[in-house]
Ligand binder design. Structure first.
Ligand code: BTN
Length: 328
């Protein structure tokens, strides 16, 4: 049984941002006022701010739209036949869950959660996933090829997310190598999403990829403070009638479509498209290597395995598979 069942039923009632009395909520969720009180306490433990005011009842700090399993699977249409959709209200991390469960779960399992309590980012960082702030999902894809063939996968997922943004009519979205989704405003870049891919299996024959996607949705000030680079959410860039349920469907559809294509073609097929979306095309950048070494120069090309060809300020060229990029 979902231990957050009543908490999320309570949340559904409160999601309009208005006051609701304990009695009214209890009636609506067919439970007692004590259960409502406990549910509110439980919501607070997972970072949901609920105000209690005497004689008025409970109210959320702000209106919020919760992901809804039925709405998502309905909108997935025909694709839902091929997907094993798993839905959580609260989970530690959708990636950690699929990493543990990958052997027991079918190909094309999609895990969605409203809240992650220990969301993971790349390079050991955390991914902030409070209610309503971030869209978080992981996809399990079982490849018939080994991990050595998948080095361009994370870049390809970046392309899928950029295509999804185009479908949603969100302009000025670019990719920062390897797969950050960035919003360009004047010449400034703001992170709006990222991809964390974890592989299980062997290098040569077959392997499972857990593809974790996080998109900043409603970036509160407290969220922005916790992110170590300029960031933004996409909510402000969308018309108010676009729901998070619709957004996750658009992302999942684009990712599925590109994955089927990536199984048949390697990264070289997608390379030109990635270069077109490169946020740092022809820019002077600084690059921090895994050993901490800092180099200055330009990305001049991409290799078929997704690594960059970097030309430093002295004109020396180098192929780089892992590094962090920033503007000079
Ligand atoms: C990054 O830019 O650092 C990658 C962020 C990836 C975050 C997503 S949210 C869903 C999935 N579950 C996690 O714990 N992380 C990924």
């Amino acid at each position: 049984m979902d231990k957050f069942k009543f908490a999320f039923k309570t949340l559904e009632i409160l999601s309009d941002g208005n006051f609701h009395s304990g009695e009214e909520i209890a009636r609506a969720i067919s439970s007692s006022r004590v259960t409502v009180w406990k549910s509110v306490k439980q919501l607070k433990t997972i970072g949901v701010e609920v105000f209690a005011v005497r004689k008025k009842g409970y109210r959320l700090a702000k209106q919020v739209e919760i992901l809804n399993e039925n709405k998502v699977s309905q909108e997935m249409g025909e694709l839902s036949q091929f997907i094993n959709l798993e839905f959580f209200n609260v989970i530690e991390s959708t990636n950690t869950y699929l990493l543990k469960e990958s052997e027991n779960k079918p190909h094309a399992t999609v895990v969605l959660s409203n809240i992650q309590t220990k969301g993971k980012g790349r390079r050991g960082r955390s991914w902030q996933s409070k209610l309503g702030e971030s869209l978080t999902m992981s996809i399990l894809w079982k490849f018939g090829v080994g991990a050595s063939r998948l080095s361009g996968l994370s870049l390809v997922i970046g392309i899928a997310l950029k295509r999804a943004m185009d479908k949603l009519n969100i302009p000025n979205i670019f990719l920062k190598w390897p797969n950050d989704l960035m919003l360009k405003n004047d010449e400034n870049l703001f992170k709006i999403g990222g991809v964390l891919i974890e592989l299980k299996g062997d290098m040569e024959s077959r392997c499972s990829a857990i593809i974790g996607i996080g998109i900043n949705y409603e970036a509160s000030n407290s969220l922005l403070k916790k992110i170590d680079q300029p960031a933004a959410g996409i909510k402000n860039l969308l018309s108010p009638d676009v729901s998070p349920n619709h957004l996750v469907c658009v992302f999942i559809k684009e990712v599925f479509s590109i994955l089927s294509n990536f199984e048949e073609n390697d990264f070289s097929y997608f390379k030109e498209e990635w270069i077109k979306y490169n946020a740092h095309h022809n820019n002077d950048i600084k690059l921090t290597k895994p050993n901490g070494e800092l180099v200055f120069g330009k990305i001049i090309d991409l290799k078929e395995n997704g690594s960059i060809i970097f030309e430093n300020n002295k004109g020396e060229k180098e192929t780089i598979l892992t590094a962090e990029i920033g503007l000079t």
